[in-house]
Design a protein around this ligand. Structure first.
Ligand code: TNX
Length: 573
């Protein structure tokens, strides 16, 4: 009995232990299933990125499981696609830690289990892309390598940020074509000078946001930043200023000698870096105004002969190039000779903005030129305005002979240049409409809302100092580049949209990033999406995931713009 009891007690205890073990196993299993379900959810890609693709159509198939076993295939022998594959692999590794190898592909069967980049000549637009995901494979295709690159950016933005061993890509077909062919950002590297590394990171921002033009402002009154071998004093002398005004043109100068420039070798390196990301750099050599740095180096370029001083203030000065002298034209051509060697861009930006003509009115050589050319003031233009038109046309002809085209600021509309000049509409959107009506191609970049050197809120007390104004995220998002009343046959003249970053008050890279992020995201949707597809609330809901990428790379951005809506009517408090 005693023995039996012991056995039965033992059996009962045993039963109890087994039950407990079963319970524990059950709990552990449930917990791990829940955890892996949560993981799968957390590790699931979402193609609703910024800019939003035109179409995301579900496909009846299980998810594709992206792991380190997957390869990135590219067409054998294609250097651009090889680089695309390497970049995709790097992006995935940056964001998730997954390392995928790349390899050239020879045949279709290599696609199973892998990501494949390839061409489809039948695709609608040059820069469009199509991503096809099934349980079996992922394909990213485009008509061009640039299109494939945009598809790569979309895939990159759709994967969750954070270390992973696998990422589930939902089966779908994702298709997009950009609305505008010119999708730009501008950067002023004159008012403040930024090192090569900053310019390259800025190019990275453009690539992430699906943009394809960097308008690079390289010369101005406050500095000359591009090495020109024939005129070494441009950078030796013109590259440096004796201090900088504090604040908005206060009488206080910081007394710190300031400057810098890019060597031709550095420029070539940056141009290549951008081209690898399908971004064309359009250099701006601003003329005949905003030339004091050059005139300090070579005073004979001005009407009075100087002496001049690289400007320490901001704004517009009366001292501009003297176009009465043949030497000035030769100088401009010589400079452009080197510029076109450095920049393969079809477009060269020749500025043309903010050129007061008071010196020309007094200058005997400019007045002689006006007489020689028989320029006569009319009810719209002064003789001096027509002189700027003549000068611009000379430069335009010279560049045309060298296979290039000019872009200039909208002031060019006031001085009779021919319609092969592309106009950048900055003093509002109206000059753009006027230019398109006259037959010019136009890039819309109006101060409101596309000057990103302006504040992003009306409550500016805790903002870094900016130029002024108030271009909120929403205003950028809501911008419509093609005026409703523009005649149908003129609409195609609006070829692009761009935001400008002037750097009078922007002194360092984090501040550049703060000014442009997240407004670049809003601009990207203006550039990519048909207007009827835009939806601000939906955009705001997608933005935090893009901001995860900003955060991951350590970029500074205005986090407040993700949370609050800026109330512009509320005064500063
Ligand atoms: C106007 S936009 C300028 C620049 C200034 C900018 C400041 C243009 C053609 N000229 O020289 O830096 O305003 O926002």
């Amino acid at each position: 009995m005693h023995k039996k009891n012991i056995i039965s007690i033992f059996a009962e205890t045993n039963h109890f232990v087994i039950m407990k073990i079963q319970q524990i196993i059950f709990c552990l299993l449930t917990a791990s299933m829940l955890a892996s379900a949560a993981m799968a959810q957390g590790n699931r890609a979402d193609y609703r990125v910024v800019p939003l693709p035109d179409r995301i159509d579900g496909i009846m198939s299980a998810d594709f499981k992206l792991t380190e076993q997957c390869l990135v295939n590219y067409p054998t022998g294609n250097r651009d696609m090889e680089r695309n594959a390497t970049m995709l692999s790097e992006y995935i590794e940056d964001l998730s830690g997954l390392h995928l190898s790349t390899r050239p592909t020879l045949n279709e069967k290599d696609r199973a289990g892998n990501i494949t980049l390839h061409f489809d000549p039948k695709m609608e637009s040059d820069e469009g892309y199509r991503i096809t995901v099934t349980a079996r494979s992922v394909e990213i295709c485009g008509k061009t390598a640039a299109g494939v690159f945009h598809g790569i950016q979309t895939l990159r933005k759709s994967i969750p940020v954070g270390q992973a061993t696998a990422i589930n890509l939902p089966a779908a077909q994702v298709v997009s074509n950009p609305r505008f062919s010119y999708r730009g950002m501008h950067l002023d590297c004159v008012r403040h000078f930024f090192p090569v590394s900053t310019v390259k990171r800025y190019i990275d921002l453009l690539a992430l946001h699906g943009m394809n033009r960097l308008h690079w402002h390289l010369t101005d009154d406050q500095g000359w930043r591009v090495e020109i071998k024939k005129y070494p004093r441009l950078t030796e002398v013109g590259g440096w200023r004796n201090g900088t005004t504090l604040g908005h043109n206060s009488p206080v100068n910081d007394g710190i000698r300031y400057g810098g420039f890019y060597t031709q070798e550095e420029i070539r390196d940056i141009v290549r870096y951008a081209a690898d990301r399908y971004i064309t750099i359009i250099p701006e050599i601003d003329m005949p105004g905003h030339m004091v740095a050059a005139m300090t180096a070579y005073p004979e370029l001005g009407c009075t002969g100087g002496p001049y001083e690289v400007w320490t203030l901001w704004g517009v000065t009366d001292d501009i190039l003297c176009v009465g002298k043949d030497h000035t034209l030769q100088f401009v051509k010589d400079v452009l000779d080197e510029v076109i060697q450095l920049f393969p861009s079809e477009y060269i930006h020749i500025g043309g903005d903010e050129s007061p003509r008071v010196r020309w009115q007094e200058c005997p050589l400019c007045q002689q030129r006006i007489r020689d050319l028989g320029l006569k003031a009319n009810d719209k233009q002064s003789a001096e305005a027509l002189l700027q038109g003549w000068f611009t046309t000379q430069v335009q002809q010279y560049l045309t002979e060298h296979g290039r085209r000019i872009i200039g600021w909208d002031e060019l509309l006031g001085c009779d240049v021919n319609t092969s000049a592309t106009i950048m509409s900055w003093r509002g959107a109206e000059p753009g409409a006027e230019g398109a009506n006259l037959g010019h191609d136009v890039i819309m970049t109006p101060v409101g809302p596309l000057y990103f050197d302006y504040y992003q809120t009306s409550k500016t007390w805790n903002e870094p100092m900016a130029f002024g104004g108030c271009n909120t995220l929403k205003k950028v998002y809501d911008f419509e580049p093609v005026a409703a009343d523009l005649p149908a046959d003129k609409r195609s003249h609006i070829i692009g949209v761009q935001a400008n970053v002037w750097t009078e008050y922007i002194t360092c890279e984090p501040q550049i990033q703060y000014q442009v992020l997240p407004r670049m995201a809003a601009l990207a949707e203006v550039q990519w999406l048909p207007s009827e597809q835009k939806d601000y609330q939906d955009f705001k809901a997608r933005l935090p995931r893009l901001a995860e990428i900003y955060k991951h790379y350590g970029w500074t951005y205005r986090a407040k713009s993700l949370v609050h809506e800026e109330d512009e009517d509320q005064p500063n408090q």
